[in-house]
Design a protein around this ligand. Structure first.
Ligand code: ATP
Ligand code: MG
Length: 353
């Protein structure tokens, strides 16, 4: 029996609804397989935990998580209780940074049965590989002067190691798909970091002669997401550009509630973390209507990470069948609840076993 130990952090808001729904689906997958088991340990780290303990997770939180095979996270944030920068930096960003989860993978693909704003969304099937540890999201900078003379300075940090790491990951991933990588750049406007980004892309490209490439400025690339999505397979992007592109990806799929993500530690020293793109959605939390697909697809990425891609594909195909048959939450035009969607996926998985 292959056993995977998974640290589960439902977190805040709808995280507490979509995570249990997804664990039900994962357990069904394990049952079907027969030789597979997930051992969960749940941690209540959240904004409510912060109110009680004055921190988002205990002092030895990272030490506890370190020993798991992976971390399965819902969403963090409840700005009514704790300011976002405190909750995010106290848990999510802390884990990403300390566990060297330097790559963020975000697939986006159109499912039958969804409502996309695109006229022809059928060709929309891509993965954004987002650099996850540096770039524009840096703490370097500050503010000087006061009043009308005030100046804010924000530095972006692009290291050769971090940039090359993201690019190589993208090229390796392309080899498992349609052999194409697009670089998101802006070297016509950002004159230091982006020309460097282009150079590293050229260098990496030469190491992968069989992979086709393209490079577009981020503004044009964002437009092509809408007008020519079929030209993309893998897109490699900096932290900020990747963040923006994947929200467009979510919108094209029909709802941010569908979009999955994985924070990958590629040196194998620490666990990777699986967390959907959407946040805690306080506006719909507690109603049982959150779309569980983003979290379930995130579970599929965890299966891929464990080397169980066949099961992962089966899961995703089942999700698509369920949406296509109209068992959908309200954000994508249906009237099913979170649990009804998850239960439907489970019962169809069992039928095909
Ligand atoms: P964060 O800052 O953590 O990203 P946020 O509040 O900015 O959080 P989300 O929590 O992602 O953003 O919510 C954005 C909008 O999308 C909200 O209106 C929310 O209701 C909706 N939404 C997000 N996730 C889901 C979901 N799983 N199902 C249905 N609607 C969702
Ligand atoms: Mg937010």
């Amino acid at each position: 029996m292959k056993t995977y130990e998974v640290a589960v952090v439902p977190g805040d808001g709808i995280g507490k609804e979509v995570v249990p729904a997804s664990l039900k689906v994962l357990d069904t997958i394990a049952d079907i397989h027969g030789g597979l088991k997930f051992q969960y340990k749940e941690f209540p780290w959240s904004c409510e935990y912060y109110l009680e303990h004055g921190q988002m997770m205990p002092d030895d939180g990272l030490g506890i998580l370190k020993n798991f095979d992976s971390i399965f996270l819902g969403a963090i944030g409840n700005p009514k209780l704790v300011p976002d920068h405190v909750s995010l930096w106290g848990l999510l960003i802390k884990i990403r940074r300390e566990f060297e989860q330097s790559i963020n993978i975000r697939p986006a693909k159109f499912f039958k049965g969804l409502r996309s704003p695109l006229v022809n969304p059928n060709d929309f099937d891509l993965i954004v590989v987002r650099e996850n540890s540096e770039g524009e999201y840096s703490e370097v900078g500050g503010r000087i002067h006061k009043g009308e003379d005030e100046i804010a300075i924000q530095n972006a940090i692009f290291t050769k190691t971090g940039t090359k790491r993201a690019m190589k990951y993208a090229f390796d991933l392309a080899k498992q798909r349609r052999n194409h990588v697009t670089s998101a750049t802006k070297s016509n406007g950002i004159v230091h970091s982006m020309p460097f980004w282009d150079e590293v892309f050229k260098e990496t490209e030469q190491e992968y002669p069989d992979v086709q490439t393209a490079s577009y400025h981020i503004d044009a690339l964002a437009a092509f997401f809408v007008t020519r999505p079929q030209i993309f397979d893998i897109i490699v992007a900096s932290n900020l550009f990747g963040d923006i592109l994947t929200d467009i990806g979510g919108a094209i799929m029909g709802s941010i509630g569908i979009a999955p993500a994985a924070n990958i530690n590629i040196n194998g020293r620490y666990p990777s973390m699986f967390e959907p793109v959407h946040g805690s959605a306080p506006d719909i939390a507690g109603k049982g209507i959150a779309n569980p697909i983003g979290q379930i697809w995130t579970a599929k990425m965890m299966l891929d990470h464990f080397g169980e891609s066949e099961l992962g594909q089966k899961l995703l195909d089942t999700v698509e069948e369920v949406t296509n048959d109209g068992i959908k939450t309200s954000d994508i035009g249906g009237n099913a609840t979170t649990i009804e969607v998850a239960d439907e996926i489970c019962s169809r998985l069992k039928k095909t076993a």
